[in-house]
Every structure is written in C-alpha cells, then in structure tokens.
Design a protein around this ligand. Structure first.
Ligand code: GRF
Length: 212
C-alpha cells in the first residue's frame, strides 16, 4: 500500500456485499464523517435486487453487479471481479456480508489484503454453512454467555484466515436469535470501521498476519 505523508496508508476500499449492505453503509459513513481515513472506491454485489445496491448508490458509489447471472462461468466471474477491483485501484478488499467465495485469481492477487467480518467469536461458530441466523442460533443453543464479532483475513478456507480483531458482545437472558443478531450487528457497524482505521493508521500491520 502506498504510504501517505503522515506515514499511514491510504486505503482504497473495494466493498463486496450480498444483501443488506448495512456494514458497507456504516463503513462508507465513517469515511464521509472523517472517522475512517479511507476511500471507498466501488461496491460489488452478487444480487442486483439487494438493499445494498440502493445504499451504495445513495452514497454516490459505483455499484457493480457481478454474479453467476452476469458470468455463469466461475473463472470468468473471478476474472471480472478482479478486473473491477483493479480498475478502481482498490488496495484493500472488504467483504461486508458477502455470501460467496472469492475465486482463486482474486484471492491470489489480493492475498493478505482481503478482510471479512463474522458475527461470532471465531474459531467457534464459523466455517461452511455457518452464516446469518444459524450462527446466533448455535450460540444460543450452546448456552454461551457471550458472542461477538471477528474481523479476519480471508484465505481459501471458510472463516479460517488469521484473526485481526475481535469484539465481545454479551448474550442477555431471554435473548432470541433476533435480539442477539441485532446486538451483534450494531457492534459490527462500529467495529468494522474502527478496525479499518487501525489498519489505516498503521496500528494493525496486515503484513504481520499474512503468513499465518
Ligand atoms: C453481518 O452479520 C455479517 O457479519 C455477516 O452478514 C451480515 C451482513 O449484514 N457476514 P449486512 O449486509 O452488512 O447488513
């Protein structure tokens, strides 16, 4: 990444989302409000009807629909995603509720520079099939007293890349999947931007995690 005059890094973000896009919107708002020193460049979504699209367009960001609909061949989709990220000069890929796996070319090109957010304390309650309400249902079924948010680097295995930061969220008596999900999501909205700012100001060095 290119150093800025104060020694930090200019983050040029490529954001990928599938549905709600509330994490993407929270990150973009943090940039616009000066809490996050980064430039959102492009939003890529795999669902052309997702609220994420409206949120991206309302924020004045380019939205690109890239999916198995636009590119039935997985290799072509991988190439299109990589080409789009490079065309917008992205140097940090931010998965924000993106439900698909990235292809090998994108993973290789941005290795060590792809982040994901998971709504639990990895390494527990993660992996293939552990997404959305299933995560919170499993936390509640296990009788956990706390859950949380994990931000990690992405590698080719689901939810197994090096953990960059975690935030704990209490499980309250009487919690349902919905109430726990809402509490965790509110934490995500703050914590993703705050963690990105720690990357922007050099407090978190991604290169220190890349080989793990
Ligand atoms: C979040 O809970 C995130 O952790 C998970 O999917 C959800 C996305 O929500 N990966 P949104 O699309 O950001 O509103």
């Amino acid at each position: 990444m290119s150093p800025s005059p104060n020694g930090s890094h200019i983050l040029r973000l490529g954001l990928l989302c599938s549905h709600g896009g509330s994490n993407m919107a929270a990150i973009v708002a943090a940039c616009q409000e000066g809490r996050l020193h980064a430039e959102p460049r492009v939003v890529i979504g795999n669902n052309s009807h997702a609220p994420a699209r409206e949120r991206a367009e309302a924020a004045g960001l380019p939205w690109k629909h890239l999916s198995s609909v636009t590119h039935p061949d997985p290799a072509a989709l991988d190439a299109a995603i990589l080409e789009t990220l490079r065309a917008y000069d992205v140097n940090l890929v931010v998965l924000a509720g993106y439900m698909k796996k990235l292809g090998p070319r994108t993973l290789a090109h941005y290795r060590g520079r792809i982040l994901n957010i998971h709504p639990a304390l990895l390494p527990t309650y993660g992996g293939r099939g552990m997404y959305g309400e299933r995560v919170h249902a499993a936390v509640l079924a296990a009788g956990e007293r706390e859950s949380g948010v994990t931000i990690h680097l992405v590698n080719d295995a689901y939810d197994q890349g090096p953990i960059l930061a975690q935030c704990r969220v209490p499980v309250e008596p009487g919690d349902t999947v919905e109430t726990l999900a809402a509490r965790v999501l509110a934490c995500e909205h703050q914590f993703y931007a705050a963690t990105l700012e720690r990357i922007a100001n050099g407090e978190i060095e991604l290169s220190a995690f890349a080989g793990r």
